[in-house]
Design a binder for this molecule. Structure first.
Ligand code: GLN
Length: 277
């Protein structure tokens, strides 16, 4: 079959399955299958694909048609310009979370120590280490499988970090200049209404923030101070309606200079504060 014909078949299949970005996903999957890039469709659309590539593509389109996330099929997601391996054990890195990383980077100086609580794929910690000098980092997660994925990502990015299985601060020791976290924050009752790709394929433990979505903020905020050097900073990603509550929890726990920051769509996304000092 011709490359372009196969692409068009893929687009139609995905459209019929209700995939929003059918054309984009069909093209990206075909490019991954054939080791091609965007130009190929424009310039070499009449070229024949091998039988093997054809079979492979049909299989991937069927998967995507069942709403398996594109990133689980490709096996990676780009985040902060870096490629992170992902699988069903970790939340797929979101563009929203780049706002969190960028906020931390504004306060991160050479040689600082960072703790990433609920690290998942490791995308936050590893990006911070990649875009700073001589910083050290520990990432923890309750999921042993997530820790394995994060470790693999560190190796493939050529970065050094320590990843630790821990139920929140349970196995954490020492003090840090920066604590950062994108904890689960979706209210339990909203989970059934999420997109299939998120609801059925992101790990539930990475999404579910308890009845009001604030469970992990109530756990992390009061305890983080024990693990921060005086003047150390806590950075939290939040759901866009949680700023007031999370600010309140930070104030109650004695944080100063509390700031709320918006993501690129103008929604509240990050709350930060300074501990003592
Ligand atoms: N922002 C993610 C979503 O929309 C949720 C991530 C989280 O709970 N930390 O699915």
């Amino acid at each position: 079959m011709e490359y372009k014909g196969l692409y068009e078949w893929g687009v139609e299949k995905l459209k019929a399955s209700g995939i929003e970005e059918a054309a984009l996903d069909a093209r990206l999957l075909l490019e991954e299958c054939c080791g091609t890039d965007r130009n190929h469709l424009l310039v070499h659309g009449r070229e024949l694909v091998t039988e093997e590539q054809h079979k492979h593509y049909v299989n991937w389109i069927e998967k995507r048609g069942r709403h398996v996330p594109l990133q689980h099929i490709l096996g990676y997601q780009e985040f902060m310009g870096l490629r992170f391996g992902v699988d069903g054990s970790v939340l797929i890195p979101r563009q929203d979370t780049e706002t969190l990383v960028e906020e931390v980077l504004r306060s991160l100086h050479d040689g600082m120590s960072i703790l990433d609580m609920c690290t998942g794929s490791g995308c936050i910690l590893l990006s911070l280490l990649r875009y700073s000098n001589d910083c050290t980092g520990v990432g923890c997660d309750i999921s042993e499988k997530a820790i394995e994925t994060a470790r693999t990502n560190a190796v493939s990015l050529g970065l050094e970090a320590q990843f630790l299985q821990s139920d929140l601060f349970e196995n954490v020791s020492g003090k840090y200049e920066i604590i950062v976290s994108n904890p689960p924050y979706i209210p339990s009752g909203e989970i059934p209404g999420l997109m299939e790709e998120v609801r059925d394929f992101d790990p539930l433990t990475a999404l579910d923030g308890g009845e009001d979505g604030l469970f992990f903020y109530r756990e992390i905020i009061p305890k983080a101070g024990e693990y921060l050097h005086p003047g150390g900073m806590l950075f939290l990603e939040i759901g866009c309606e949680q700023a007031a509550d999370v600010k309140g929890l930070m104030k109650q726990a004695g944080y100063k200079d509390i700031l709320v920051c918006e993501d690129f769509t103008g929604r509240d996304r990050v709350v930060s504060g300074r501990f003592g000092g």
